[in-house]
Design a protein around this ligand. Structure first.
Ligand code: NAD
Ligand code: UDX
Length: 449
């Protein structure tokens, strides 16, 4: 099939690459010329396991192309996927300006029937807005062309995006249109060969399912984070509690990890957007407000532990920071808890030596923006180093923010020697407390005393 993907970010690029892998001819469009240049030069602009090989292979086969040429992209695809960003507006609602711009481009330039597929995470009712924008552009041109609009929300996780797309738990298609249903069923058939995991529903339910899924997952995490505070106060161990409840199939083992708070490009903004939608519908969500409030507090949990130990004034203290990305296996720094932790520790006078296996460049960029108003002497107390060991040099204590695999089994003896205060603040519960303490280290983790 001929496919156009509009927006070549985390979702658009993975979608384009995976669809081309199944033999489709895909053109990926972006307005960011730098991204397209990198892709046309054989690179990829993000870190995502397995994606580079997939892109290279399919680009070499001529099935995957990258362009900034809007007329060419609109002319190419029978199916036009919209995978542009939907960041939060000032009031928390999803900003649909990029979705609308993409829809208008299609309406302005299309000359044959198009199936327009909303893959971006968009509020209920957006398909109607896309339909209206396309119809408006066609009317301006005085052209009468039929088109379909479908919803196909994406459920991939960063760091496992290719795997999630190639072997999805489910694919949701929201459509009220026979032609769109047939085309999308055919397109996705190779991805659901062994199990019928393709769910066709009405458009609004499909749009809503995406927010419902992310809100449910974020709720689990905030609930566990709240329980972890209580566990700590009561002398229970949240890791044992997690196993104790997760073995109940009604609860399940996934997404029950207490930590330094959830981040990323989806949960924070989707929780806010759902709260906004609920308020607009006259049904304010107490749950979403609580999920968000707990998460905001949780991003400060490591800072609170550090302050409890050393006091508010951290000048003269040096901390090694392991992990900056919002989760492992990605270089995405959007809403990463590390950004809050870095700002709060610097503000209290600490010196930081930060290491992340892949997110350092992106972290340098976004943290520079975060600290834009700070004095140079504050900003200069943050140094990025190129290894986990280098971060420990002359450090008083270690702070673990992201659970990269390379942090999982460190040389504890070397840690005890390197850290002046022999102390670890672990925001991801990577180690067995008894084991670490056996090396003479003071070990503070989440929800465990
Ligand atoms: P992103 O910021 O990585 O990529 C969006 C891209 O769209 C950018 O490269 C931008 O330049 C481009 N763009 C903007 N306007 C355009 C236009 N008019 N024409 C062409 N390109 C345009 O965003 P993302 O993380 O890929 O997210 C995209 C959507 O998918 C969002 O709605 C998000 O909520 C949703 N989503 C994201 C994830 C994820 O893990 N990142 C997972 C599921 C769903
Ligand atoms: C999420 C959804 O999982 C995915 O289905 C959707 O398409 C996009 O949003 P993503 O943001 O890439 O994916 O990562 P995810 O693995 O969900 O983690 C999100 C955040 O929650 C991370 O900061 C992670 O550290 C945190 N998390 C996750 C926890 O704190 N505890 C957990 O048990 C799981």
């Amino acid at each position: 099939m001929k496919i156009t993907v509009i927006g070549t970010g985390y979702v658009g690029l993975v979608t384009g690459a995976c669809l081309s892998e199944m033999g489709n001819h895909v053109v990926c469009l972006d307005v960011d010329a730098r991204k397209i240049e990198i892709l046309n030069a054989g690179g990829i602009p993000i870190h995502e396991p397995g994606l580079q090989e997939l892109v290279r292979r399919n680009a070499a086969a001529g099935r995957l192309e990258f362009t900034t040429d809007i007329p060419r992209a609109v002319a190419h695809g029978t199916l036009q996927f919209i995978a542009v960003g939907t960041p939060p507006d000032e009031d928390g609602s999803a900003d649909l300006q990029y979705v609308t711009a993409a829809a208008r481009n299609i309406g302005r330039l299309m000359t044959d029937h198009k199936v327009i597929v909303d893959k971006s995470t968009v509020p209920v009712g957006t398909a109607d807005k896309v339909r209206a924008a396309v119809a408006d552009e066609l009317a301006r041109r005085g052209v009468d062309l039929a088109f379909s609009v479908a919803s196909n929300p994406e459920f991939l996780k960063e760091g496992a995006a290719v795997e999630d797309f190639m072997r999805p738990d489910r694919i949701i298609i929201g459509t009220d249109d026979e032609r769109a249903t047939l085309l999308l069923r055919a397109l996705y058939a190779p991805f659901v060969r062994n199990h019928d995991r393709l769910l066709v529903m009405d458009v609004k339910s499909a749009e809503f399912s995406k927010y419902a899924a992310n809100a449910m997952l974020a709720t689990r995490i905030s609930f566990m984070n709240e329980l972890s505070r209580l566990a700590e106060a009561l002398g229970a161990d949240i890791e044992q509690v997690r196993v104790g409840i997760g073995s109940d199939p009604r609860i399940g083992t996934h997404f029950l990890y207490a930590g330094a708070g959830y981040g990323g490009s989806c949960f924070p903004k989707d929780v806010k957007a759902l709260a906004r939608t609920a308020a607009e519908a006259g049904l304010p969500s107490k749950m979403m407000a609580a999920v968000e409030a707990v998460n905001e507090e949780q991003k400060l949990v490591l800072v609170r532990k550090i302050v409890a130990q050393y006091g508010e004034d951290l000048s003269g203290k040096t901390f090694a920071l392991w992990g900056l990305a919002f989760k492992p296996n990605t270089d995405d720094m959007r809403e990463a808890p590390s950004r809050v932790i870095v700002a709060e520790l610097l503000r209290r006078g600490a010196t930081l030596q930060a290491y992340d296996p892949v997110a350092a460049d992106e972290a340098r960029r976004v943290i520079a923006l975060d600290l834009g108003d700070e004095k140079p002497e504050t900003r200069d107390r943050l140094r990025f180093v190129s290894s986990a060991t280098a971060a420990l040099a002359q450090a008083d204590a270690l702070v673990i923010v992201t659970e990269w695999k390379e942090f999982r089994t460190p040389d504890f003896e070397a840690l005890a020697q390197a850290l002046a205060d022999r102390r670890i603040f672990d925001g991801r519960n990577l180690y067995n407390p008894a084991l670490v303490r056996g090396f003479g280290l003071d070990y503070r983790s989440i929800g465990r005393s």
